[in-house]
Design a protein. Structure first.
Length: 331
């Protein structure tokens, strides 16, 4: 009976060792598979989906007809393509017929995406009516002074001169064309007399009426500027009052601030110096008073060894007797 128990224990111990060994091997295999899977994911990341988009293969200018030779396909690696992009050249040019022709509305450079907003609809010519924003009108007016650097796409302020007065009529108006040119890429500014604006109906009415009552001039605005100026009438009487530019005013204000700061620092240093003098004088007076309490002195000795010092505190003068520098201590 005893030998049977020993045998059973030995068998159980063997089976337990086999089970532990098998479990350890299985865990090692799982660990190796997990590490290999992770390394493969890191070394070979999942590629983003790709698609084809249409771009310009050469510079395109306003009014030019879009041809197959002026377009190209490139791979676009992204989940979605830009809104208005074309994925095939056939979407842009359905045929070579005139009825399906597209024309450039907004200039494009080589390699730039061709968007639906940059070209006309099939069979539609490139003209100002296709460039207008919804609800806007185009109106051409004659102006006396057109800055040579005002180009299509710029924004300007329109000023009305009548008699001895100048009024700010419109602000931030978009220029669609100069004379008969609507190409926004034009970079050869020349003096012009006719300007076409994109305006609302009421603004168009103001411009038409303003041409009858006076002359119009333009002031070029900074690109992207959204500043709104307070419209103040300027008359001939204001010409006698010189106006300083804001840049000069800011510079002058900065100089005044520096001067004030320097004066404040000097006053602060002077106050500290006066306070230190006062503390030293008070300490000296206290020492004199303590020396006077140590013993009597004759009137002549006091006269020979002391001098009178006047001190003003709080607007009141007080006089103190102090030892002369070469006099010994009071007896």
């Amino acid at each position: 009976m005893r030998s049977t128990n020993i045998l059973s224990f030995a068998v159980a111990l063997f089976l337990a060792a086999v089970a532990v060994y098998g479990a350890r091997n299985w865990l090692n295999e799982q660990r190796q598979e997990l590490v290999a899977s992770t390394r493969q994911t890191v070394e070979q990341p999942q590629e983003a989906p790709s698609r084809m988009v249409v771009v310009a293969s050469e510079p395109l200018r306003f009014g030019e007809r879009v041809t197959r030779e002026s377009l190209a396909l490139i791979e676009w690696r992204a989940d979605v393509a830009p809104r208005g992009a074309f994925e095939t050249i056939e979407e842009v040019i359905a045929s070579e017929e005139e009825d399906d022709a597209r024309y450039v509305l907004s200039a494009m450079q080589e390699g730039e995406l061709v968007l639906a907003a940059n070209v006309t609809n099939p069979g539609e010519r490139a003209k100002l009516s296709t460039m207008l924003s919804p609800g806007m009108k185009a109106i051409a007016i004659s102006v006396n002074n057109v800055a040579g650097f005002v180009l299509p796409g710029d924004r300007v302020d329109v000023m009305l001169t009548r008699g001895d007065f100048v009024d700010l009529l419109l602000q931030g108006v978009k220029v669609l064309a100069i004379d008969q040119i609507a190409d926004e890429t034009r970079d050869d500014p020349t003096p012009s007399r006719t300007v076409t604006f994109e305006v609302t109906t009421q603004e168009a009415q103001k411009l038409v009426l303003a041409q009858r009552v006076g002359s119009l001039s333009l002031a070029l605005r900074k690109t992207g500027s959204a500043d709104v100026d307070e419209p103040n009438r300027v008359s001939a009487a204001d010409l006698g009052e010189p106006t300083v530019s804001e840049e000069m005013l800011r510079a002058a204000q900065g100089e005044q601030d520096e001067i004030r700061q320097e004066e404040l620092e000097r006053l602060t240093n002077l106050e500290r110096l006066i306070e230190s003098w006062g503390e030293g004088l008070t300490l000296r007076l206290d020492q004199l008073e303590e020396g006077a309490d140590e013993g009597p002195a004759t009137a002549r000795d006091l006269m020979d060894s002391k001098s009178t010092v006047g001190v003003i505190r709080g607007g009141q003068r007080s006089e103190y007797s102090v030892n002369k520098p070469d006099a010994g201590p009071s007896q």
